[in-house]
Design a protein around this ligand. Structure first.
Ligand code: C2G
Length: 140
């Protein structure tokens, strides 16, 4: 069984996140998502999320590509996670290109093209500007 691991906040879950998860899962058989806890987001990523950890976890649990969700508490847990969960492939969007190459001695590292047509920041901005009903093309 080929085990894939990926990390993220996944706040205001959108098709860019789903497309990342589906491509990550397609690289193997089992997908572990390490979901940023609220405290980690605030203290380390300087991000305040709309949905809290439990709400974001519930949403991800409904995504068929996802097999396991564990908490991300710090930047430094990745090597331990990879060893503990016997991950074969570490996957992130290419906005992180190169940032996790230090994991290469432990597993394959793959950066996938980010979906440029959507972001949580864009969603918030569009909605605050009354941008409902925005017609979007889901990437094929
Ligand atoms: N992503 C994407 N396309 C988007 C938005 C996000 O492919 N339009 C990808 C990101 O590249 C990342 C994943 O979806 O691989 C989750 O994105 P975020 O929730 O923004 O995660 P991030 O804040 O980058 O946290 O330790 C690593 C961090 O936890 C990553």
């Amino acid at each position: 069984m080929k085990r894939i691991i990926t990390y993220g906040t996944f706040d205001l879950l959108h098709y860019g996140h789903i497309y990342l998860l589906s491509r990550a899962k397609a690289l193997g058989d089992y997908l572990i998502v390490v979901l940023s806890e609220d405290e980690f987001n605030e203290k380390e990523k300087y991000k305040r999320t709309y949905f809290n950890y439990n709400e974001r976890k519930k949403l991800l649990e409904a995504v068929r590509h996802v097999d396991l969700i564990i908490p991300e508490k710090c930047w430094e847990q990745k090597i331990t996670d990879i060893q503990l969960y016997q991950a074969d492939v570490f996957v992130m969007g290419d906005d992180w290109e190169g940032k996790f190459d230090y994991l290469k001695p432990y597993c394959e590292v793959v950066y996938l093209p980010r979906t440029e047509t959507i972001s949580t920041t864009q969603i918030i901005s569009d909605i605050s500007n009354g941008g409902y009903g925005r017609c979007i093309q889901f990437p094929s």
